[in-house]
Design a protein around this ligand. Structure first.
Ligand code: ATP
Ligand code: AMO
Length: 417
């Protein structure tokens, strides 16, 4: 077989040279050249500069002695490119602890098994999600990322000049996935979210990715929560089964996930926190510190993943259905060890109520006429959610900073690479 990659590490021990090549697998290919057996190959391998791009012909060795990767018996090797400057970062051993360096040189550090493993898990998450959703009758859609109206509040909109008009980068496919429920019963999109989050936190990006789902003809919010918990369980168990090498490389143990997840009413969450001495001001959303505390308390009871349901209407988006009591909404969050990884809920599908909700939230229905029109011609009860891919990765892999979960970071200070 022919395999290709980059020379990651090279070591000569007496008459034996061992070269590690970082290629398509998590673990490197290990090429062994023995002077006594094949002097020509030994010479070529011994003089390969670190970082060279090479392809080799060979077969996996019958005896696998290396702990670092798969050993190959090499028949021939060809060099395609050599570095013209020394590598700017150390690619072997432990990945640099300085996040700054990791972000700047991620494209090169991906030759390191640890860095590569993170993004192979990301790829599996997307693949598992697509597999689960398609198998359950959801159709994959693509909606515009240059939009005329935001759905998640004006404060985090990025403005763009769209010819003579002002437009925005899409914060979420919310309005479009709902519009499509007027003709397709189940849709999903794997999509970027652009949000002008002004602060630097370890769990916010300005360009992040989500798995967005919308489901029509629901009986209640429970239908949507079922879809989300089954999807998350499917994704985590998929990675657990298919990414054993990656998880081992990252030193991560992923317990098997079972459903259903615990449902906690918002007021219950507040009570639990207060009885544990955490202050929660009346009428406010949970602070991130309160969320983390709640995560610890829930994990101790064996609930790493849990829903918080029934948020006060004043703190939620206009599109969530308001309960009869006027105070609560059919909105839920899904938290994973104290971090919100998804939110969603049942939507207001009744035209008049939706117009009223826009007004009550201080928004001008005229700006949403393209959206409202879809509610005039038989819009069924529906609901959905957005699941943050990087947030899910953080909690699955124990990453401390969301910036570790994205190839090219977009935050307040980073626009390159
Ligand atoms: P999302 O914006 O996706 O709904 P979130 O995690 O930002 O999720 P919020 O409900 O907006 O959740 O906020 C939860 C807590 O996090 C709040 O206490 C809020 O003060 C804090 N928070 C939200 N955004 C930021 C930010 N950009 N920087 C610092 N703190 C933030
Ligand atoms: P929400 O605003 O809660 O809901 O976003 C859904 C999920 O997306 C992730 N997320 C982010 N991750 C990193 N950086 C960010 N700046 C960021 N913003 C959001 C989080 C969050 O839980 N339209 C609704 C969803 C719906 O109701 O269908 C929405 O966007 O994991």
């Amino acid at each position: 077989m022919r395999l290709c990659g980059w020379v990651l590490r090279s070591k000569t021990i007496g008459r034996v040279v061992i070269v590690e090549v970082s290629g398509g697998d998590v673990r490197p290919y290990v090429l062994v050249g023995k002077q006594d057996l094949n002097p020509e190959l030994y010479n070529t391998l011994s003089t390969l500069p670190l970082g060279s791009a090479v392809c080799f012909e060979g077969e996996p060795a019958r005896e696998q002695k290396s702990k670092r990767g798969t050993e190959f018996e090499v028949k021939s090797i060809k060099v395609y490119a050599e570095p013209i400057e020394p590598l700017p970062v150390e690619l072997v051993g432990k990945v640099p602890s300085l996040l700054e360096t990791r972000i700047k040189y991620r494209w090169l550090l991906l030759r390191n098994p640890v860095e590569k493993a993170i993004f192979r898990v990301r790829q599996s998450i997307v693949q598992a999600a697509r597999e689960y959703l398609v198998n359950n009758g959801f159709m994959e859609i693509h909606t515009p990322k240059i939009v005329a109206a935001g759905a998640e509040g004006g404060a985090t909109l990025f403005k763009v000049q769209y010819f003579e008009r002002e437009a925005y980068l899409s914060q979420s496919p919310q309005l479009y996935k709902q519009i499509l429920i007027s003709s397709i019963p189940r849709v999903f999109e794997i999509t970027p979210y652009f949000r002008a989050e002004k602060f630097n936190t370890v769990r916010h990006l300005n360009e992040s990715w989500g798995i967005d789902v919308e489901q029509g003809f629901i009986e209640s919010m429970e239908d949507v929560m079922n879809t989300l918990e089954n999807l998350v369980a499917y994704i985590i168990n998929y990675v657990r089964d298919k990414n054993k090498e990656e998880l081992e490389t990252l030193d991560v143990e992923l317990p098997r996930v079972t459903t259903p997840f615990k449902r906690l009413k918002f007021e219950e969450a507040v009570d639990i926190l207060r009885s544990n001495g955490v202050e929660v001001p009346e009428g406010e959303d949970l602070s991130d510190q309160a969320e983390r505390e709640l995560g610890k308390i829930m994990s101790e009871k064996g609930n790493d993943l849990y829903f918080i349901v029934g948020f006060p209407w004043q703190s939620t988006g206009f599109y969530y259905m308001r309960e009869e009591d006027g105070h609560h909404t059919r909105k839920f969050d899904l938290d994973f060890r104290g971090l919100e990884i998804a939110s969603g809920g049942q939507r207001e599908h009744r035209y008049d109520k939706l117009v009223e909700a826009l007004r009550l939230k201080g928004l001008d229905p005229a700006n949403f006429s393209f959206y409202l029109e879809a509610f005039k011609y038989g819009m069924p009860p529906h609901g959905g959610f957005g699941l943050g891919i990087e947030r899910l990765m953080m909690q699955m892999l124990g990453l401390n900073n969301i910036r570790e979960a994205v190839l090219f970071v977009r935050d307040r200070t980073r626009l390159v690479p």
